[in-house]
Design a protein around this ligand. Structure first.
Ligand code: 5GP
Ligand code: ZN
Length: 120
């Protein structure tokens, strides 16, 4: 828990969010400024600022977050047509909330293929 972290505040119910999934270690909620018909953020309850701040012991947790993506994607019917998962790490990636989170994006064709360096 970090006192000035908005995602910690969502986890602790000090800030409202449209929560779509929760378990002991993670939470998933709708992005306040969606860039796709489905735009959900999946975050660990543990306050880890960026992917680069994770410890070796966090590896199972990071794996678990992907399991949550799988489940939420199915719940939002993205499993047949597909979806994109994004982690922004640090300033060059445009990270604005420094509590690790995965973006789950889908519900329309995502034309830019970031891995081929065309997207921004
Ligand atoms: P990133 O840090 O990976 O760039 O993205 C942070 C994401 O969090 C953004 O897509 C932004 O719209 C979303 N966001 C920022 N503040 C809030 C908030 O208070 N509630 C919710 N639900 N999403 C937020
Ligand atoms: Zn936090």
């Amino acid at each position: 828990m970090s006192d000035d972290c908005i995602f910690c505040k969502i986890i602790n119910r000090e800030l409202d969010a449209d929560i779509v999934y929760e378990d002991e270690h993670s939470i998933a909620f709708k992005d306040i400024n969606p860039v796709a018909p489905v735009h959900i953020l999946v975050a660990p309850k543990k306050h880890i600022p960026t992917l680069q701040d994770m410890d070796k012991e966090d590896e199972p947790l990071i794996g678990h977050l992907h399991g949550v993506i799988n489940e939420v994607a199915r719940a939002f019917k993205l499993d047949t047509k597909g979806y994109r998962v994004v982690i922004n790490c640090g300033s060059d990636a445009g990270q604005i909330v420094f509590h690790l989170h995965l973006h789950l994006l889908g519900g329309r064709p995502l034309l830019q293929n970031l891995a081929q360096g065309r997207g921004a």
